[in-house]
Design a protein around this ligand. Structure first.
Ligand code: AGP
Length: 364
């Protein structure tokens, strides 16, 4: 994409709108239908080495950290390798145990975030193998890593990351599928995930086609002083990222919790002035999520659900197209990018350059 706004009023809107093409780009040339797998040329990790990986630790900051959280779930689900994500900014200050059988993955849009770069350098110094999942080609983190994959989101100008988040999660799905097919993921499941990945661009376009509806909903909730975002397992990192997006661009206070934790404290906050956005995928936790919404309704809380079918307990539902369970998080965050955008627009915020924030944090 070029750097001009191409008829959009803000880069954020332009970048949200580019996501179907961006996802198409990260998939292009990588799918191998013959073996129901994907090829990621730059990993520098052969099949024997991939089979030897006992654990994966993903390091990133902000939105990239959230993408890494979904990435860790994808790796556990598809490759059955224990995986987790941690803020790179914390990791290097806790004298972490660096284990030779752990594969480290640094994730960054800019490839220049100091906290991530410093974590990579510390890991390399201790002899760890580090891969990069990076957007900017040739950036410091991409150069420092032993290998990796580019996310091909194209230039992202708005300080607030949208299309790069989506593409980074898709890149993690590719990495998870690649590792899975080297390990124990069946041909049938490999094919199922590939078919799901191929459906994404069209499904993203379908979601973006509902912008007017999402804009109306944003106006409905723009009076909130504070918002709660909830989700479970696959939905939780989606809730975290959506909450960060709303905070960054509208300055409305937002909190994200696993829906299962509500009763352990945050339920005390629920009242009509604190609406909840609930991520409710049609998966094995659907009934649990419905029960959480019931708890909120019983406390007079307003609910906006993002779901695969209209939710009776919610005041409003944004219905998103269903994909494979593992890939649902990729789609469920997209309407909430538009929700944050339209909330901020209605409040007259400086959308592309929110106060106090920089696109790339190259200092500690
Ligand atoms: C994204 O909306 C934010 N601007 C911020 O959280 C960002 O994701 C973080 O600073 C990490 O940046 P990076 O992906 O370029 O490393």
């Amino acid at each position: 994409e070029s750097y001009d706004m191409g008829g959009h009023d803000t880069y954020m809107h332009k970048e949200i709108s580019e996501q179907a093409d961006a996802v198409d780009r990260v998939l292009r040339g990588r799918i191998d239908d013959r073996f129901s797998t994907v090829h990621l040329g730059g990993l520098n990790l052969d099949a024997r080495e991939a089979r030897g990986v006992r654990r994966i630790k993903i390091l990133g900051c902000g939105t990239s950290y959230h993408a890494g959280q979904i990435g860790a779930q994808l790796i556990e689900e598809l490759a059955r390798i224990p995986a987790d994500a941690e803020p790179a900014s914390e990791f290097r200050y806790r004298n972490p145990v660096v284990d030779p059988d752990t594969l480290y993955v640094a994730v960054s849009q800019s490839g220049e975030t100091y906290d991530v770069l410093a974590a990579v350098q510390e890991l390399k110094r201790k002899g760890a193998r580090v891969l990069g999942v990076v957007n900017v080609v040739g950036s410091a983190i991409a150069r420092e890593a032993d290998g990796g994959t580019y996310v091909h989101a194209g230039p992202e100008v708005c300080v607030v990351s949208t299309k790069c988040f989506t593409n980074t999660v898709v890149a993690f799905a590719l990495l998870a599928l690649h590792l899975g097919r080297i390990r124990d993921l069946s041909v049938a499941d490999g094919k199922r995930i590939i078919d799901g990945l191929r459906r994404l661009p069209e499904q993203i376009s379908e979601i973006l086609g509902r912008e007017d509806e999402i804009k109306r909903l944003a106006a409905e909730y723009a009076d909130a002083k504070s918002m709660m975002f909830i989700g479970r397992v696959r939905g939780y990192p989606v809730a975290r990222e959506a909450s960060l997006k709303l905070k960054e661009v509208s300055y409305i206070h937002a909190e994200a919790y696993p829906a299962s934790e509500l009763k352990h404290g945050p339920l005390a906050l629920i009242e009509p002035a604190m609406p909840t956005v609930a991520i409710v995928p049609d998966d094995d936790l659907l009934e649990k999520n419905r029960a959480a919404m019931e708890e909120i309704k019983a406390r007079s809380g307003r609910i906006l659900a993002v779901a695969h079918q209209v939710q009776e307990k919610a005041d409003h539902t944004i219905v998103v197209p269903k994909n494979e369970n593992e890939l649902d998080p990729i789609l469920m965050g997209i309407p909430l990018q538009l929700f944050a955008y339209h909330t901020a627009l209605a409040m007259g915020r400086d959308i592309d350059k929110p106060r106090n924030l920089a696109k790339s944090v190259t200092v500690e």
